[in-house]
Ligand binder design. Sequence first.
Ligand SMILES: [Zn+2]
Ligand SMILES: [Zn+2]
Length: 351
Amino acid sequence: MRAVVYRGVDDLRVETVPVPRIGPGDLLVRVAACGVCPTDIKKIQHGTVPPPRIFGHETAGTVVKVGARVTDWRVSDRVALHHHVPCLRCHACRHRAFAQCPQYKRTGITAGFEPAGGGYAEYVRVMSFCLPGVVRIPKRNTFEEGAMLEPVNTVLKAVRRLALLRGDTALVIGQGPIGLMCARLLALRGVRVLATDRMPERLAVARRLGVWRAMLAEDPQLPKWVMRATRGAGLDAVMVTVPADEAVASAQTLVRGGGQVLLFAHTRRGEISGLDLARVCVDEKDLIGSYSSDITLQREVARLVFSRRLDVRPLITHSFALEETSAAVALAARPTATSLKVMVCPRQAMV
Ligand SMILES: [Zn+2]
Ligand SMILES: [Zn+2]
């Protein structure tokens, strides 16, 4: 089969590799769509994991083979996949810290080499421990919608970490695909959403998705605008979806005492940031993070996406053939005014 193999920093090559073999508890899925995710881009551009690997973990496709012991799935089922599944039994899982579970940290979907998602290939093997994360895609929904379940899950998990009440006001910094989905999910919960971004085109999309007000990130009127919008009270929460430390500092100023600042994109280790910690201690402004997905939210995520209450279709702006994965990654890494979520579609499956 054809696959895009990571061979080193910024080096993705289209190669012919064996179709993965499956065990008695596994599935083989023909990939129809796979989203390009910032965490993969980081690995590709910074070489944070050793090659060779086949990336791509926001995957949807068609089951083409089932292991002898698999009872829940059949050939030709259209499915969305989940490459990290927690054990639900360990110490971390009992505390619902699923992303810290040892099983969760294992990647259970592969197209060959060290398992890394494998979605940038024609076929993937879904290992038995990842079967609880497989979701059926309804007839009326597309594979691309299915491929959005994983990122939507990470967003819903983050939104649920916030102690917001109906009618509260929250700011979402950054209106990329993740920020837009944060904004939409907050709006669905009855929260008044303020949105900022550097690109006016993205603010326009945010407005269409139901944010209350939107403003350019560098506008010097931002603090005044927030204070006016909250009648001087400050924000109940801020979601920071860009990896910018200035955004965190400004979020800590704009949030009210006892409010929350949530970091979604600060995934780079080793960088030390100067923050006024009295804001956390004295003002009780919680600084929290959220990373990766929560399998227990999977049903709710599927309902939101497939019912189109969270309609992800306007967020998917580009799809590339497997051979053009490098171009897809380059576009996702340096988005244009009109690009949002970028997909790789190895083969538009007919089923
Ligand atoms: Zn992802
Ligand atoms: Zn566990």
